[in-house]
Write a new protein. Structure first.
Lengths: 348, 619
């Protein structure tokens, strides 16, 4: 199976088939009962065997927050680091160890607030990282303050009169910095989540997956319009490369004369004009437009799936190539020669 | 005309001009000639923070000082004997440093009314007698250079640019320096511009000939070579020596070198230097900020690299939390702080030693980090190597402190042989290190009984998957633990590990020639040179004084307390307000006195000598 994962071409393969059980640790999982993180953990543990790589060659780096406890529960190598810095730490690991599959697990506060700088620069460089951003639109571990993805006017412990901040849309942000793989999925949709993980893992370079995750203690129902069986199909836009972009049962996404997207009923007359999703477009503008369709409060017209998946040189590989190139040109480093690279003199 | 040759034992020359006049280059080339001639020497550039300050202004003056002698040289020198000033600003900015009778070589072409007024000279010092205490040589360096190059196809402006080579030629003649090294440098630099090369060589030649023939100089000088230990030498700055020390540690340990860094004066040259040496497998990563610099290095250390981050004080402030993580993870990491004047942005291009307590205590919780401090530009090599050795042996972040004066200062360096450097053994763990009920298991925090170091385990090692993090860990298993007694044990274990380094490092270095001095002058870092020079000066007057120097600042060498108690008085000169003194007094209950200077400039040996006499007068 691992042949499908181009990003793992330098990672040693497993010699024995692995199962989800192999990725469970002896540590007691300590998320609140009902937390969306359990579903994500189960999906990841079930998916990792598919990679076909040796378990010891997978490393998960996290920051701080509820989601960042993740590495303790997956039997691979892992580091639970400090708030916001996981992408920086993972970059140092990834560029020096091409034989590892490096994953970053982070949350909306960790990745987008305190760690925003590292996140955008990892994506800009196209480091070979798979970043899972658990977005619950709240600070859980500090017991309920608004986060950079909380909707405006959010009433929380730190904003009793409503928050004033305008939120980030994580997908728009990632597309804005030209991340080469950008996707969104839901904690509760195991099938879609697994498909998205698979696509991310196959991508060479940075892949970011926003996982809309429920915090049942401090922000329960934050994604309800996208999860409740009665309404979700009307609100979700399921993106599939090469397929017309449909909204709910009857609507579709169209482009007007000025190039802007709009949503309308699909009829026999306009069916051919429904925009076809192209995740492989070099220019991220169209994907960005799709990311702007959703309403941040009502969550209507929220696309999920792979927004963008394009090939661009991978930072890690480029760094190694430069070392190889310079070594070819100058010869492998000779320390004695280095010392004598300036004028020297002898004292007898 | 026959000229008199006078032999001197030492000379201090200061080259000064506009930032664009090429005085750093002139100084460098004169230094290369002097080094090749076999004198011991020490240099210090002094340049403005602005890249191109307005021409001819005081804050645009760039200087380079060189001290060379027929004996061991410890500092770039106090009062220069010679000033080469390319314009009135350079004269004005430096004249205060010059002792009476000093030689001034002044570029008279630039002493125009406009240039003089720009720096507040309301009369011409070449004419108004204000320089009567000095031996003044007003020479039309610019026009003489243009005249010498009149046969070349150059504009006047282009020809003028060679005036620094003309000055170099003149100085080379005046001090009997061979010009081969400068020629070789020019040939290399202008290999693709033969016309420019020829002009610069001609200017160099013309400057020399002018000295030989002019009546302006009736004497010239020679300074006999010094007689250092036999071997091959080169001239090296602190930042380059430090970079080489890291590469040496990488080669010797077999660990690929990784540098995560963000540009900051005066540390950037280490990033520049290391980025050239990719053929040693060196990975340099210019991070998005200081935090990512250290973060990426922690990631690389986790992956089994020799990981380094380089910065100056403001960068350390930003890295503090991550350094604490490295303490908790117990991973090898080298943190280089090239200290500069603070607080905040402070004096970016000037030197200071005021980050010692920041390195010592600048983190939350009990977070011990060993500190190595380099004592001279060439010693930056050894200090970097030692920092790497301690980091790898003890699985700990290590601070390596240098400063602006060491980073940019330079001196001759006896080239080491890599095989003679102490071994560095990464000793990665590759199999389970513990047994529970007869089953082999991994205990990622099981310690070596000698060093208390935990194992270093690379991701990718089969059978040893495990998780580490910043949360307190159970002793041994490394599992998360909030147990009060365990936390107390872990805090003490981490501290004991660092304190234990003192067992295997050499005793405190002490120079007490008579063995019965009553005063000990204790230094750390770059005060080594001026303290040593001051002690030599006062000893010539029959004064008994001992000199001790701390290279491993944390933990202190094991015998430090014992040495301090041998002396009635202890004097600690520091370029801060008494940071080492605070540590020494607190650790050993010794009534050490401080001599403090925070002017962005190194101590002058005369300042320390005066303090020594002052203390002894009151013993």
């Amino acid at each position: 199976m691992s042949e499908t994962f181009a990003s793992l071409s330098l990672v040693p393969k497993t010699t024995t088939p692995l199962s989800a059980k192999d990725f469970k640790t002896d540590q007691e999982v300590r998320w609140c009962p009902g937390c969306g993180d359990y579903a994500i953990l189960a999906a990841v543990q079930a998916f990792l065997p598919e990679l076909g790589v040796a378990r010891e060659n997978i490393t998960i780096i996290s920051g701080i927050g509820c989601s960042s406890r993740f590495p303790y529960y997956v039997d691979t190598y892992g580091m639970h680091s400090i708030h916001g810095r996981a992408p920086a730490i993972a970059t140092g690991l990834s560029v020096t160890r091409p034989d590892l599959s490096v994953w970053v697990v982070t949350g909306d506060g960790d990745a987008l607030s305190i760690g925003g700088n590292h996140l955008i620069h990892a994506m800009r460089r196209n480091v070979n990282l798979k970043i899972l951003l658990f977005n619950n639109r709240i600070y859980g571990l500090t017991k309920g303050q608004y986060s950079p993805t909380s909707e405006e006017g959010k009433i929380t412990k730190s904003t009793p009169y409503g928050s004033l901040d305008h939120p980030f849309n994580p997908v728009s942000l990632a597309l804005g910095v030209e991340c080469t793989f950008v996707a969104r999925t839901l904690d509760s949709d195991r099938k879609h989540l697994t498909e998205t993980l698979r696509a991310a893992a196959a991508h060479e370079g940075t892949a970011i997956v926003e996982i809309m995750q429920n915090c049942d203690i401090f922000n329960d129902g934050a994604w309800a319009p996208l999860k409740d069986a009665e309404v979700r199909d009307e609100n979700l836009i399921r993106l599939e490369h090469g397929q017309p972009i449909r909204v709910g049962a009857s609507r579709g996404v169209f482009r007007d004369d000025r190039g802007e997207l709009f949503i309308d009923e699909v009829t026999e007359a306009n069916a051919a004009k429904v925009v076809i999703h192209d995740a492989h477009m070099d220019d991220p503008s169209a994907a960005f437009q799709l990311s702007r369709l959703s309403d941040p409060v009502r969550l209507s017209n929220t696309p999920v799936g792979v927004f963008r998946d394009v090939a661009r040189p991978v930072f890690d590989r480029q760094m190694q190539a430069q070392i190889d190139e310079v070594s070819r040109k100058l010869g492998t480093g000779d320390f004695d020669r280095l010392l004598r690279s300036a004028d020297t003199w002898e004292i007898a | 005309m026959s000229k008199q040759l006078i032999t001197l034992d030492q000379v201090i020359i200061r080259f000064a001009g506009d930032s664009g006049d090429g005085m750093q280059l002139t100084g460098d080339q004169f230094t290369a000639e002097t080094a090749a001639y076999g004198n011991d020497l020490s240099t210090m550039p002094d340049y403005p923070a602005e890249i191109r300050a307005p021409q001819g202004t005081l804050h645009g003056v760039s200087s380079f000082q060189l001290h060379f002698a027929d004996h061991e040289v410890l500092t770039p020198g106090d009062a220069p004997n010679v000033l080469v000033a390319m314009n009135p600003a350079a004269l004005k900015a430096n004249i205060g440093l010059m002792g009476p009778g000093a030689t001034l070589i002044l570029n008279s072409d630039e002493f125009t009314k406009r240039n003089l007024e720009k720096v507040g000279y309301w009369s011409n010092p070449l004419e108004d007698g204000s320089l009567a205490r000095y031996d003044v040589h007003a020479i039309a360096l610019t026009s003489q250079t243009v005249d010498a190059l009149k046969d070349f196809d150059l504009t006047r402006k282009e020809a003028e640019r060679s005036k620094n080579m003309y000055a170099l030629g003149l100085l080379s003649w005046l001090y009997s320096r061979p010009t081969d090294a400068a020629r070789r440098y020019l040939e290399k630099k202008f290999a693709k511009k033969p016309e420019v090369l020829a002009a610069n060589l001609a200017a160099l030649e013309a400057g020399w000939s002018f000295g030989e023939t002019t009546e302006a100089f009736s004497v010239y000088y020679e300074i006999k070579p010094s007689s250092p230990a036999p071997g091959t030498y080169r001239y090296i700055t602190g930042n380059v020596a430090l970079s080489y020390g890291l590469i040496a540690a990488s080669v010797r340990s077999g660990l690929p070198l990784f540098l995560g860094s963000y540009p900051i004066t005066p540390a950037s040259d280490i990033l520049h230097e290391l980025s050239k040496h990719k053929n040693f497998g060196v990975r340099t990563f210019q991070a998005e900020d200081e935090i990512a610099g250290v973060g990426s290095a922690i990631g690389a250390a986790y992956g089994g690299m020799l990981a380094v981050t380089t910065t100056s004080g403001p960068g350390i402030a930003l890295k503090s939390e991550a350094i604490g993580l490295a303490v908790a993870l117990e991973l090898p990491l080298i943190i280089v702080d090239v200290q500069r004047g603070g607080p905040s942005t402070g004096l970016p291009t000037k030197t200071e030693q005021a980050d010692l307590l920041q390195a010592m205590y600048g983190r939350n919780g009990e977070s011990p980090v060993p500190i190595v401090a380099a004592q001279s530009p060439a010693d930056c090599f050894n200090a970097a190597y030692e920092a790497a050795r301690i980091a790898v042996t003890y699985r700990t972040p290590v601070f390596l402190l240098t400063d602006g004066a060491l980073a940019n200062g330079a001196e001759p360096w006896l080239l080491p042989s890599i095989d003679e450097l102490p071994p560095i053994d990464p000793a990665f763990l590759t199999e389970p290190n513990h047994e529970v009920d007869g089953t082999p298991v991994l205990w990622p925090f099981k310690r070596d009984p000698e060093t208390l170091a935990r194992p270093w385990i690379k991701p990718g090692t089969p059978g040893l998957t495990h998780r580490i993090g910043g949360i307190e860990k159970q002793d041994g298993t490394g599992n998360i633990s909030y147990d009060p007694a365990n936390h107390d044990r872990m805090v003490r274990l981490r501290d004991a590990k660092v304190q234990g380094i003192a067992r295997e490092v050499p005793n405190l270095w002490v120079d007490d020639p008579t063995g019965d001095a009553e005063l000990l002058v204790l230094g750390w870092g770059s005060t080594y040179g001026p303290v040593g020079a001051a002690c030599e000066e006062v000893r010539k007057e029959g004064i008994k004084v001992a000199h001790a120097h701390i290279r491993l600042v944390h933990p202190f060498p094991a015998d430090t307390g014992e040495v301090l108690r041998r002396y009635r008085r202890v004097l600690i000169p520091e370029m801060n307000l008494g940071q080492l003194a605070l540590l020494i007094r607190g650790t050993y209950l010794v009534d050490a006195m401080s001599l403090n200077k925070v002017e962005g400039q190194p101590f002058k040996s005369t300042e320390i000598a005066a303090a020594i006499k002052d203390v002894l007068a009151h013993v």
